[in-house]
Design a protein around this ligand. Structure first.
Ligand code: MSP
Length: 769
């Protein structure tokens, strides 16, 4: 192990919304960097977590009808669960509602107060609840950052003397002591700071969901104050290491952070406020902040409020089931997830030049997967190792370098001399100037290393992809499958040389790909007969990649497919999972209403068939089953009332409402009281419950599948009296028949289905009319 430490952080994610692939992107980048530093031997600490206080969360919890802590627990768990599913290697998971964090934040506040940087004053101004930021623009106008309407806040607040830090921050950035990349973001921060810094309000008293301002400062104020959520949140980077606790060993070891990885929209908080707080507290500053761009979907930033979200779960589920299902049985579902996670990692890092915005599309994901992973790396590994197994009994007799596979284990110069060098080194993404590698004659390993170090993931991967093509080309030219047919000793020697050259190239390529594709490379490593790649990473075998690391006599491990091809239709499957359209066009099925995306829909499901859940209780929205997507438009709410005009109508006071219906229309829907007898989960369908309901002596019992598994435990449903739409045509989902539909209201921002039930005793089978 080197004597270096490396501490990398992601922003802590707000718990007002469940994770989407934008969040996964940041976490993936941090994981790649952490894995890389671990393999370099650096003592590495990788932190992620959730940001759980503030007005935004308080409001979201109120809208969901649950206490903020319970709300935060649920959403925080969905982030943590996702990172586990994806095999993310964070060393800690910080939650800002943890006691450890609260103590640390109060200590930081007290330190700032004791050092004279906090005072009490009255504030009236504009506040953007979505960004949790005070904004210098008139109340009632759109927030200059996110466009939401600014609210007026008049409060007695504690202020932080930010204005005193203008010059120190400029000096820090200009001297490079605080590195901000890319360059464009550095300039943006500098011009913001040069524009002048006003003192910053760092407490709020109009709501309570936060960490209380500690004494003695608290005694100055007439009311109770909670600490401003950004001061609370930023401190996570230190509190996770024990700052302010009885055990500050990790803090001593890892602080200051080597790198805060952030999205470009929160650069100001990290590069202005955070350094100012730390300077004021007399604490060391982070060494670097780097900002990545946004993931766009359908041309705009993926976000909860726009409803253009893609869930990581969709990709894990779809790739897991459809592509890796055969390879890994149901019992090895976690392996499927990890392979699918590799696919997403590769795609995001290859496709989006780091620092820039990038569009996401399912088609592009499949195309890239098939081209680079299935036909590229996966195919190269399979065809080489199969030949080693059949032609050489699974082992090499000698070390060779045929010298054809250039750029690997050779320098660029040698490669060029050999006339085979084909990688293009272009413009340095960090500076926009000529690539510093251009004249440096690096080997492939050095070039990849350089690009990873400068976070130019896309360039690093492109180089590796070209190397893969070169090895492929070498194999095609050398035609080892023909040599293998010749049993002569000379031919066997040549076969050994050709295949060793390819396999050793694969070893080096695999080591280089490890931080990006940790799970697929683990499988390849084992197939090469090299054992556990994690052990190799820890043992330093993935760095200093000398030619000849694959020793003669090493026996290949068991072979098997790495990246089976994905059918083009998978893009449609994923798209349907995100925006399910009913498979059943039966006009009497309310699920036939076209779904639209909820701002904060629950994670999408593996189930492609929408399960109808019809809301009651004031909501006119239709939810479409397992994905629990609340329709925010009433357009074509045509399911039940198929003959009516599907268009929404506007009432006199301007509200959108459903088209009017006659009593006869309503009479077409048969609603009856039922009791749940059996409720159980359905394997492979995370959102679906299988229910058996009793409709009283006049009707047979029936089975209904309902997309409420995420919200209700089976046990709590048994015995409940509910309302069922009984004359809905039966339909099949996951091979099971569903006959009827439960009535539920769609509640809160998450569209939680709340089952309609009765306050009085009521006979089973009674009709509602
Ligand atoms: N809670 C604050 C951060 C506090 S850090 C002390 C916050 N949370 S957030 O959940 O809104 O966003 C956190 C991060 O998620 C962003 O900075 C960014 O890294 C990532 N992303 C969220 N949406 C994204 C995209 N559409 N695209 C790429 N990254 C995105 O801000």
């Amino acid at each position: 192990m080197s004597d270096k430490t490396f501490y990398v952080t992601t922003p802590i994610y707000y718990v007002n919304a469940r994770p989407h692939i934008g969040h996964a992107y940041t976490t993936i980048v941090a994981d790649v960097l952490a894995r890389r530093h671990r393999l370099l031997g650096d003592d590495t600490f990788f932190l992620t977590g959730t940001d759980e206080h503030g007005q935004k969360i308080e409001r979201s919890a109120a809208a969901a009808g649950i206490p903020p802590q319970q709300f935060a627990d649920q959403v925080s768990k969905s982030f943590e669960d996702l990172w586990k599913r994806m095999g993310i290697t964070n060393n800690d998971y910080i939650r800002t509602t943890s006691e450890k964090h609260k103590r640390g934040v109060q200590k930081l506040f007290s330190t700032l107060y004791e050092r004279g940087f906090i005072y009490l004053a009255s504030y009236t101004g504009s506040y953007c609840v979505s960004d949790e930021a005070f904004v210098d623009a008139p109340v009632g106008t759109p927030c200059p950052d996110c466009g939401r309407i600014l609210e007026e806040v008049t409060e007695e607040n504690f202020f932080f003397k930010l204005s005193e830090f203008q010059q120190p921050i400029i000096e820090l950035i200009e001297s490079g002591k605080l590195s901000i990349t890319p360059e464009s973001r550095r300039n943006e921060v500098l011009s913001f700071v040069r524009g002048g810094l006003k003192d910053l309000s760092i407490s709020r008293s109009s709501f309570t969901w936060g960490i209380p301002v500690p004494e003695p400062a608290a005694n100055l104020a007439a009311q109770k104050h909670v600490i401003y959520v950004w001061l609370d949140a930023l401190a996570n980077y230190m509190t996770a290491l024990g700052y302010g606790s009885d055990d500050e060993a990790l803090f001593q070891k890892f602080w200051p952070a080597d790198l805060h990885l952030v999205g470009k929209e929160i650069i100001r908080f990290h590069c202005v406020y955070w350094p100012a707080f730390l300077l004021a507290a007399g604490l060391p500053l982070p060494k670097a902040v780097t900002a990545h761009g946004w993931l766009l979907f359908e041309d705009s930033k993926m976000s909860k409020s726009k409803g253009n979200i893609v869930r990581t779960e969709t990709i894990l589920d779809a790739f897991g089931d459809e592509v890796y299902g055969k390879q890994f049985p149901e019992s090895a579902k976690h392996e499927r997830d990890l392979f699918a996670s590799d696919v997403l990692r590769y795609f995001l890092l290859r496709e989006i030049p780091f620092g820039q915005d990038g569009s996401f599309s399912f088609d592009a994901l499949i195309t890239r997967y098939n081209a680079d992973l299935a036909n590229g790396y996966g195919n190269l590994v399979s065809r080489t190792l199969k030949l080693v197994e059949t032609g050489l009994d699974g082992t090499f007799s000698d070390v060779h370098n045929m010298g054809f596979v250039v750029g690997i284990g050779a320098t660029v110069d040698e490669s060029v001399t050999a006339g085979r060098y084909s990688w293009t080194l272009g413009v340095d993404p960090g500076t926009g100037g000529p690539d510093p590698l251009w004249d440096a004659s690096p080997s492939l390993e050095q070039a990849v290393d350089f690009y990873l170090e400068s976070r130019s993931f896309s360039q690093a991967i492109e180089l590796i992809a070209q190397a893969i093509k070169q090895v492929d080309g070498f194999l095609s030219e050398s035609e080892p499958w023909k040599i293998a047919k010749d049993r002569e000793a000379i031919a066997r020697g040549r076969l050994n040389a050709v295949l060793y050259t390819a396999a050793e190239s694969i070893r080096i390529i695999t080591a280089l790909l490890y931080p990006i594709l940790p799970f697929a490379t683990a499988k390849v490593w084992a197939q090469l007969g090299l054992g556990d790649i994690e052990v190799a990473a820890r043992g330093g075998e993935l760095k200093n990649l000398e030619w000849g690391g694959l020793k003669p006599g090493t026996q290949l491990g068991p072979l098997g497919p790495i990246f089976p091809r994905a059918d083009k239709g998978l893009a449609q499957i994923m798209s349907d999972m995100e925006n399910p359209t009913p498979v059943d066009t039966n006009p009497t099925d309310p699920a036939a209403a076209p779904p639209t995306t909820a701002p904060d829909a629950a994670p999408r499901t593996t189930t492609l068939d929408p399960v109808p859940v019809l809301p009651v209780g004031g909501s006119t929205a239709l939810t479409t089953g397992p994905s629990d997507i609340v329709s925010h438009t009433h357009a074509k709410a045509s399911g039940i009332f198929a003959n009516e005009s599907p268009a929404p109508v506007t009432t006199e006071n301007g509200e959108l409402t459903s088209p009017q219906i006659t009593i006869d229309d309503f009479a077409k829907v048969e609603l009856r009281v039922a009791q749940i007898l059996v409720a159980e989960r359905i394997p492979k369908a995370d959102k679906l419950l299988r229910l058996e309901v009793d409709l009283g002596p006049d009707f047979p019992k029936r089975q209904i599948l309902s997309g409420i598994a995420e919200w209700y435990e089976p046990d709590e449903l048994i015995g409940r009296r509910i309302v069922v739409i009984t004359n809905l045509a039966p339909r099949k989902m996951r091979g099971l028949e569903s006959h009827g539909m439960l009535l539920a209201a769609s509640h809160g921002e998450n569209g939680k289905p709340v089952l309609a039930t009765f306050g009085e005793d009521i006979a089973l089978g009674s009709r509602l009319k």
